[in-house]
Write a protein that binds this ligand. Structure first.
Ligand SMILES: *Cc1c(COP(=O)(O)O)cnc(C)c1O
Length: 230
């Protein structure tokens, strides 16, 4: 078996163990293969092993790969989105995980007007309140969500977070838990889908098992799948 195939198998096993440990259905967890700086051949290999969902950070790089790889792939945008690049992003991606301000959401909505399309998005929350990171602050999420929900061409499926980078995966657990609790609160306000439907994109190569235990439905893995980025 190829290295990527073996990594995929290992990741799926670990997700299953973590979900089962937490009393969750492993089927609720999807792997986003983070393919930034990974060449198209490696994506083809992952695709051949059954992987369909890929996450890209950079629009130009994504545009080239999406054009090259053709049908059957699903694409999430996980990078920082600028409001002057929303037309390109809306055209390329199935879901945008990093909506964190009204300006970007409104621009996406305008780009989709007349297309007949509704674009799925996640609200990126700065759950660790780190000044250098993108994302709406937790206490401002409800107000932003209420406004984004009024945009007819967007549908908010859940939350995405990038918690602080910490050496110990266990140390990140409180941030994953806070994200789930915030999602429950927002669902109670009628602003997000209920717990059994909402998407929580959290967990990367170093901490995804903890994230799954705490309720992740999308784990974004690059290194664990493709190896260290050059
Ligand atoms: C690069 C990246 C990842 C994946 O990181 P790994 O540690 O390689 O798994 C996940 N999410 C975002 C937003 C990223 O930029």
């Amino acid at each position: 078996m190829s290295r990527i195939g073996a990594n995929l198998e290992e990741i799926h096993n670990r997700i299953e163990v973590a979900a089962t440990k937490a009393g969750r259905d492993p089927e609720r967890v999807r792997l986003v293969a983070v393919s930034k700086k990974v060449d198209a051949d490696a994506l083809r290999e992952a695709f051949a092993c059954g992987q369909r969902l890929f996450g890209e950070n950079y629009l130009q790089e994504a545009e080239a790969k999406i054009a090259e790889l053709g049908a059957g792939y699903q694409w999430h945008f996980i990078g920082h989105l600028q409001s002057n690049k929303t037309a390109q992003a809306a055209g390329l991606f199935d879901l945008i995980e990093t909506v964190d301000r009204l300006k970007v959401a409104a621009a996406l909505d305008r780009n989709l007007a007349g297309s007949g399309r509704v674009l799925a998005v996640l609200l990126q929350v700065n759950i660790g309140r780190e000044p250098q990171k993108s994302g709406v602050l937790p206490e401002e999420a409800a107000v932003l969500l209420a406004k984004v929900r009024e945009l007819p061409h967007l549908v908010v499926r859940g939350l995405m977070v990038m918690p602080p980078f910490l050496d110990e995966a266990e140390a990140v657990r409180p941030f994953f838990r806070q994200t789930r609790e915030l999602a429950v609160k927002l669902a109670d306000l009628g602003l997000l889908p209920p717990a059994d439907e909402v998407d929580l994109s959290m967990g990367m190569s170093g901490d995804y098992e903890v994230a799954v235990e705490e309720g992740a439905t999308l784990v974004r893995l690059g290194t664990a799948l493709f190896g260290a980025r050059g």
